[in-house]
Design a protein around this ligand. Structure first.
Ligand code: AMP
Length: 419
C-alpha cells in the first residue's frame, strides 16, 4: 500500500527551458508596478508566466510575493479576480523548484497542499497550477468528491505528488485510507477561509491542518475575501507570525465593471433577462439567482427559448458541471445560470455580462458575482434587477461597495414581449 518510489527526481529547475531565454519575455519597467522579472524566479516558471500573458504583478501578487518567496506566512484578504491563485502558486512552484528533494520520496506524500471549499475552485486552481508548471517536472493532483475516486487513488499510487489541491471532505477520505500523507507538507494554502466557515468545513480543515507539520515547520498562506473575527481567530491558530495583506474588494469590482441596476417587477424579469441575453452586446453571460429552484426554472425556460445555456448549481452532478464549464469556456454555451456557491469558482476571462436575476442576501456575494466579469483588466457590465421582493437589499450592497448604485427604469426595448 505504502509504495516506495525510488525514482531519481530530475533537476526540474532546468527542465525543458534550455531553448527558451528570458530575453524572449520583455516587459518594460514601469513606475509603481512590479514585474515578475523583479523576483528572480526560475526560468521554467517565467516561461509559463510569459505564456499566460501576465506582464505586471497584480496588487496581491506585488504585495505578497516578497514575503511568500522569503518563506513568511501570509494572511491575505483578497477574493477571486485579484490574481491570488497565481500569487500563491508562483511562490509554491518557486520553492519546489529551488529546493528539489534529493532523498527517496514516497507515493502519496504531498510537498504542497492547497485546500479550497468547492470542487469548481479546486479544479480551477489545479488547472492554473498545471499551466504554471507546464515547463517543470512537477506533478499536480486534484482530489474532489463526485469524480472518479479510483482514478484519483490510482494516480496517487503511481506518481509523486508535488502539488495537491483538494476539497476538505475528499482529502480526509484519502487521508483516512492512507492514500495521502501530509507529514512532509512544506507549504499549506487555505483558500477562501470565510467560505469554508460558511459551509461548515472548519472541523474538517482542522483535522487536515493537524495532519501537516507544526506551524513553525511549514509555510502557511491563508486567503479569505473577508476578515471576520472567526477568520482572524483561525488564522492566528494556523499561521506563524504572519504578514497581513489586505486587497480591497473595490479594486476588483468597481474598476473594470460597469454596474447597472434596473427597476423591474417580478413578472417582467424573465422578459428583460431574455432580451438582454439575446441582445447584441452580450458575448457571454452568467446569470445568478439565490435559489436552486429559481436557477433550474430559468435554465429550463431559457433553453426552451433557444438560448444556448448551462446550469451550475449544487444539485447538478460534478461531472456534468465540469463539462458545462468546459463548454462555456469554449464558447459552445453563451449563458451560465448559477447559484452563488457553484458560481464562486468560475474563473473565466472574457465574460461580458453578469446578471443578478435576484439580488444576493449577502452583500459580499454581490462583489463576488460581478467579479466574474471585468477580469484580467477587461471591461464588463453587471446588470442587477431590483424588484419589489428584493430591492430592500440594495442599501447593504451599497454600504459594502462604499458607493451609491444608480437605479434606472428598465429600458423600453428590454420590456418588449418575447415573440
Ligand atoms: P484569480 O484571482 O486567481 O481568480 O485570478 C484572476 C484572473 O486574473 C485569472 O484569470 C488569472 O489568469 C488572471 N491573472 C492573474 N495574475 C495576473 C497578472 N499578473 N496579469 C494578468 N492577469 C492575471
Amino acid at each position: 500500500m505504502f509504495k516506495k518510489n525510488g525514482q531519481s527526481v530530475p533537476d526540474s529547475s532546468t527542465a525543458d527551458a534550455t531553448e527558451w531565454q528570458l530575453s524572449e519575455f520583455q516587459v518594460a519597467e514601469q513606475d509603481g508596478k512590479k514585474r515578475f522579472h523583479d523576483f528572480d524566479l526560475p526560468l521554467p516558471l517565467m516561461r509559463a508566466i510569459a505564456d499566460l500573458g501576465f506582464e505586471y504583478c497584480s496588487p496581491i501578487q506585488a504585495r505578497s510575493l516578497p514575503y511568500t518567496l522569503a518563506g513568511y506566512d501570509v494572511v491575505g484578504k483578497a477574493q477571486t479576480g485579484t490574481g491570488k491563485t497565481a500569487a500563491f502558486l508562483i511562490s509554491i512552484i518557486n520553492e519546489l523548484l529551488t529546493r528539489p528533494i534529493e532523498d527517496e520520496r514516497y507515493a502519496g506524500e504531498a510537498r504542497a497542499l492547497i485546500i479550497a471549499p468547492t470542487r469548481e475552485l479546486v479544479m480551477q486552481i489545479a488547472d492554473d497550477a498545471r499551466q504554471l508548471t507546464k515547463y517543470c517536472d512537477l506533478q499536480v493532483h486534484s482530489l474532489v468528491g463526485g469524480m472518479d475516486h479510483q482514478k484519483q487513488r490510482d494516480r496517487l499510487h503511481n506518481a509523486l505528488v508535488d502539488i495537491l489541491v483538494a476539497t476538505p471532505g475528499r482529502l480526509l477520505d484519502f487521508l483516512d485510507s492512507r492514500d495521502v500523507f501530509l507529514d512532509e507538507v512544506e507549504c499549506l494554502v487555505i483558500d477562501e477561509a470565510d467560505r469554508m466557515l460558511d459551509m461548515g468545513f472548519i472541523p474538517q480543515v482542522r483535522r487536515i491542518v493537524r495532519a501537516t507539520p507544526k506551524k513553525d515547520c511549514r509555510q502557511t498562506l491563508l486567503f479569505s475575501a473577508t476578515f471576520s473575527d472567526d477568520v482572524l481567530r483561525l488564522s492566528e491558530q494556523w499561521t506563524f507570525e504572519p504578514i497581513k495583506i489586505e486587497i480591497e474588494p473595490e479594486s476588483v469590482a468597481t474598476d473594470t465593471v460597469e454596474q447597472r441596476v434596473f427597476l423591474t417587477t417580478t413578472e417582467e424579469k424573465f422578459t428583460v433577462l431574455f432580451n438582454i441575453l439575446t441582445g447584441e452586446t452580450v458575448e457571454s453571460a452568467i446569470v445568478f439567482a439565490n435559489r436552486r429552484d429559481t436557477t433550474r426554472d430559468l435554465f429550463e425556460k431559457l433553453r426552451k427559448k433557444g438560448v444556448r445555456c448551462g446550469i451550475l448549481s449544487g444539485d447538478v452532478p460534478q461531472q456534468k458541471r465540469v463539462k458545462t464549464l468546459e463548454r462555456f469556456k469554449q464558447g459552445d454555451l453563451k449563458v451560465l445560470v448559477a447559484t452563488d456557491v457553484a458560481g464562486r469558482g468560475i474563473h473565466i476571462d472574457g465574460i461580458s455580462h453578469v446578471v443578478n436575476y435576484t439580488l444576493p442576501e449577502d452583500p459580499e456575494d454581490y462583489v463576488h458575482r460581478i467579479g466574474r466579469t471585468g477580469r484580467a483588466g477587461a471591461s464588463g457590465q453587471s446588470i442587477s434587477f431590483a424588484c419589489e421582493d428584493d430591492g430592500f437589499l440594495l442599501p447593504e450592497i451599497e454600504a459594502m461597495l462604499g458607493r451609491k448604485l444608480e437605479c434606472e427604469q428598465t429600458p423600453e426595448a428590454l420590456l418588449e414581449e418575447i415573440s
